[in-house]
Design a protein around this ligand. Structure first.
Ligand SMILES: Cc1cc2nc3c(=O)[nH]c(=O)nc-3n(C[C@H](O)[C@H](O)[C@H](O)COP(=O)(O)OP(=O)(O)OC[C@H]3O[C@@H](n4cnc5c(N)ncnc54)[C@H](O)[C@@H]3O)c2cc1C
Length: 560
């Protein structure tokens, strides 16, 4: 057989120019939960050992080649708005690719939208957070309606008869995308509408008006007129919407369809053409006397909807931690199989530093997010200390974990070299998704200002926060960092302008404390040396030279 014939036969493309060599295998067909040592430990530690089998099932699904492919398809075939039917009637429907529906069916079927409310028990929010984190590694866009539906329950309970009507539909594990009244469906999903053109962070600027139909009051009917500038997942069955009533800004439940089956009185204007999150539909909407019911008291709108916002904020932290985990898994997989200059990348000292630094950040984000999820479990069970900790840690971690995600994503992308810049690697999708969680549910500055508000209005939250950090006291580098931080917090001069630096340091103190107690020793040491003691540059890959890179990378590696 000639040399030419041999090379032709060996070449999988069938072209005789070259053989494909030195390219990594795709990271598919593995269990994203079982492969994640950090999450596996955290789930057990934070009280969700009972749910390991369930989370592992979701982890197996999320790592499957066909499910990863669904995620690609859902993003490459974004939703379309259909405003009218062929006869000119308004329908205001969203048309999704079948892959979206399949992903939603999987997510709802595995209770990502409902688990803690269906099975209220210690560790239920941790279990749900971990399953959500696993699933989001396959596709992040479906996380939007899933997260809003999970989050709406505590806000809805402010109006018991509405909760009684809607909760059974929310808690169903059947995904039912049919365009029929919610009462006839096998399951319902929720969205939320707060942001208007003239104000998003400052919802007091809302101009949308609510008028009572029969006298008004909690649970009563109101008509809403106005608009929302961002209104995600408008295909959902119902929404919590803020509007101005006579008593002030108030929270309303707006069903997509009226009790008689007609479409409610709103118009979807257009869908946003977004940087990322392309599988998910985010719309602009106008309400023309839309039929709603008041949730809670008039004037208590922010107080009511904040319960929903707080749960979606938790998902912003877990979602960002998820992106980091997905990115570092890809980066380590690539480096483990790619040689340059005669050595695998994973054995090149400078690449080791990059991978280890990214792994440290990912571990800190995962541990922090799941610790926060436990605070949700404990606070709901009536633990005041946990409630105080959650009050401030939610904003601290949402600020910092979300803020780190885009930097992390871009460095993971670069670890794959040119392949990372190419769409089919999945890294551009990860990169485009990364900034979103920081904007959603209160952008970075808003989180920092919320921390300052908590300090003033809930001083017990500061105490609970430092009590948690002090669980690791005795590590001299952490002790000294915390001492300086505490002293800076007592200085109120120019505190608003300094808020980002203060909140960043609070996040680092908390993550450091958690890593010292529960992280790998090498990871904790690298975190403390770099993030707390300043032996670090301004880019990832600048850990001190004595770091045990190999051990850190090994802990975070994935064998498909
Ligand atoms: C893809 C996507 C989907 C969305 N879906 C929804 C949805 O379903 N429902 C919904 O209600 N909203 C939704 N939003 C809107 C989102 O929650 C808002 O964009 C966000 O809260 C910020 O509000 P804004 O855009 O009005 O910005 P602004 O409030 O104008 O803020 C602009 C910047 O100023 C900063 N800032 C604000 N106030 C202060 C201050 N006092 N001091 C210092 N800095 C400040 C902010 O941090 C931000 O960086 C969505 C947004 C996106 C991108």
């Amino acid at each position: 057989m000639s040399t030419l014939e041999t090379s032709s036969r060996n070449n999988i493309t069938g072209v005789r120019t070259h053989q494909v060599e030195n390219q990594p295998p795709p990271l598919v067909d593995y269990n994203v939960f079982e492969a994640d040592q950090v999450m596996s430990e955290a789930v057990r530690r934070e009280g969700a050992e009972w749910a390991v089998e369930k989370i592992s099932t979701v982890g197996e699904i999320a790592g499957r080649r066909d499910v990863i492919e669904l995620g690609r398809q859902a993003n490459e075939n974004p939703p379309k708005l259909r405003t009218h039917d062929r006869y000119g009637n308004r329908i205001d429907e969203i048309e999704f690719h079948p892959s979206w529906h399949e992903l939603m069916r999987l997510g709802v079927g595995h209770e990502l939208h409902s688990l803690p409310w269906r099975q209220p028990q210690p560790g239920a929010h941790v279990a749900r957070a971990a399953a959500f984190m696993c699933f989001s590694q396959a596709e992040a866009g479906v996380g939007c309606p899933i997260s809003m539906t999970y989050s709406v329950v505590p806000a809805l309970r402010h109006q018991p008869e509405l909760a009684e009507e809607w909760e059974p539909r929310i808690l169903s594990d059947t995904y039912d995308p049919r365009e029929i009244p919610a009462a006839e469906k096998e399951g319902s999903l929720f969205g939320m509408g707060m942001t208007e053109k003239q104000g998003g962070s400052d919802v007091r600027a809302n101009t949308t008006i609510a008028r009572p139909i029969n006298g008004g009051g909690p649970g009563a009917e109101y008509e809403i007129t106005g608009h929302k500038w961002f209104f995600s997942a408008p295909q959902c069955d119902a929404f919590l919407v803020l509007a101005q009533a006579e008593g002030g800004i108030s929270c309303f439940l707006m069903p997509r369809r009226l009790p008689d089956g007609e479409l409610n009185h709103f118009r979807l204007q257009r869908l946003k053409d977004k940087l990322g999150n392309r599988s998910n539909a985010s719309s602009e909407i106008e309400f023309d006397g839309a039929w709603t019911r008041l949730v809670g008291e008039e004037g208590a709108g922010v107080r009511t909807i904040i319960e929903m916002v707080n749960h979606t904020r938790l998902d912003c932290s877990t979602g960002s931690a998820t992106g980091m985990r997905a990115g570092i898994a890809q980066a380590i997989n690539h480096a483990s199989h790619r040689s340059t200059f005669g050595k695998l990348l994973i054995d090149q000292p400078l690449m080791q530093n990059v991978l280890a630094d990214l792994a440290v950040e990912s571990e800190a984000a995962t541990i922090g997010s799941l610790r926060l999820a436990r605070a949700y479990d404990e606070a709901i069970a009536g633990d005041d200390e946990a409630q105080a900790f959650k009050r401030i840690a939610n904003a601290v971690l949402k600020y910092w974990i979300c803020k780190r995600a885009p930097w992390h994503a871009v460095e993971c992308l670069e670890s794959l070299g040119g392949n990372g810049y190419v769409e089919e690697s999945g890294m551009p999708r990860l990169y485009r998704e990364a900034p979103l969680a920081s904007i959603w549910e209160g952008s970075g500055n808003v989180q920092c200002l919320d921390v300052l508000r908590a300090m003033v209005k809930n001083p017990d939250s500061v105490q609970a926060f430092f009590a948690e950090v002090a669980e690791a006291s005795g590590e001299p580098r952490l002790d000294s960092y915390v001492k300086d931080l505490r002293s800076d917090l007592t200085d109120m001069s120019g505190i608003e302008a300094r808020a980002r630096r203060l909140v960043e340091r609070m996040a680092l103190a908390l993550q450091g404390s958690l890593l010292i107690r529960f992280g790998d020793e090498a990871v904790a040491d690298a975190f403390v040396s770099s993030r707390l003691c300043g032996d670090w540059g301004q880019a990832f890959g600048t850990l001190p030279a004595g770091t045990d890179f190999g051990r850190i990378i090994e802990r975070h590696s994935v064998e498909a």
